[in-house]
Design a protein around this ligand. Structure first.
Ligand code: CP
Length: 332
């Protein structure tokens, strides 16, 4: 694996390797060994053309905990506002020395372009591109599910037979897409629940011959029936992405919240062990109530903490040139 551009292209073995190395990183973090020497002398460039709190800061924390130097670039306030292209921006940063590049971009496919263009000779990690993919988010979500479902016995295990219900703005969500492909690879079953206006056209297979096949997921428009019938282990609420909406957001916010939001009554209808996830940032009172977001079932802050371990694992595997077993010796 030279780059991490999507979860669709990850094999089961590659995904489990990342999750297991993240377990090592989490163990190190839990013991409060604040730094490993694995990437000493290397530089990670964070290229953020779109806003971010969790992803940008956790990549920076992950790189620093591996002793790498970090260059943070955000498009706001840069020469991008003067019209500088992705190519010239990337090559300018490469000239300053980059051993790994983390990129978030509003255009789907920008990380692939950077990886395949030859503009920069370093591993490229997709930190979210348009509505395409957000692979490290899906990996940290799977890591969180494994830990909650299997506790200390999660190493080496996939998510075979786990029922995951993903609710909300599927249309615009790179998190939904990355989770779908990774969860399918790990053996989980995914159900998407949303109003028809927020499900991508053709996701349910209802389109003409010669078009892309249906997604490997059950599609539902009824959250209460899905909670009752699917008996989910995991309910993942997605943010309504108002900034990407045009006329598509129908029904309106109040109707959405009433029909598809995880309110306190729906929270109470979940099975006793069902966990509630959200990638953040949350619209409290719209897709999720404060009671659900802050309940003991909620993994929202665990997901944030686990994101550092997953990003450490990805940076380590792509940039260190060492095997995980060497890392275990260094960490002990
Ligand atoms: N979940 C997520 O990608 O959050 P940020 O946009 O804050 O990075």
């Amino acid at each position: 694996m030279r780059h991490l551009l999507s979860t669709k292209s990850l094999s089961r073995d590659e995904a489990l390797q990342i999750l297991d190395v993240a377990e090592d990183m989490a163990t190190v973090n839990d013991r409060e060994v604040r730094k490993l020497p694995a990437l000493r002398g290397k530089t990670v460039v964070n290229l953020f053309f779109e806003d971010s709190t969790r992803t940008r800061i956790s990549f920076e924390a992950a790189a620093k905990r591996l002793s790498a130097d970090v260059i943070n670039f955000t498009a706001k306030g840069s020469s991008v506002s003067k019209g500088e292209s992705l190519k010239d921006t990337a090559q300018t940063l490469a000239a300053m020395g980059a051993d790994g590049v983390v990129i978030r971009h509003h255009a789907s496919g920008a990380p692939l372009l950077l990886a395949e263009s030859g503009w920069i000779d370093a591993p490229v990690i997709n930190a979210g591109d348009g509505t395409h993919e957000h692979p490290t988010q899906a990996l940290l979500d799977a890591f969180t599910m494994r830990r909650r479902l299997y506790g200390g016995a999660s190493r080496g295990r996939d998510l075979n037979g786990v029922s995951v219900v993903i609710v909300g703005d599927i249309l615009h969500s790179r998190v939904a897409r990355s989770n779908l492909w990774l969860l399918e690879t790990l053996g989980a079953h995914v159900t998407f629940v949303a109003p028809a206006t927020l499900i991508p056209f053709g996701a349910d297979g209802a389109r003409g011959a010669g078009q892309a096949p249906a997604w490997p997921a059950t599609i539902s428009y009824d959250l209460d029936a899905t909670i009752r019938d699917a008996q989910p282990d995991v309910v993942m609420m997605l943010r309504i992405q108002s900034e990407r909406m045009n006329a598509a957001f129908f029904p309106n916010a109040r109707e959405y919240s009433r029909i598809w939001g995880l309110d306190d009554a729906r929270l109470a209808s979940l099975g006793p062990d069902t966990i509630v996830m959200h990638p953040g940032p949350m619209n409290r009172g719209l897709e999720i109530s404060a009671g659900a977001a802050d309940s003991p079932r909620s993994t929202v802050l665990e997901q944030v903490a686990n994101g550092v371990s997953i990003r450490m694992a990805v940076l380590y595997l792509l940039m260190s040139g060492q095997s995980p077993s060497v890392e275990r010796k260094e960490a002990s």
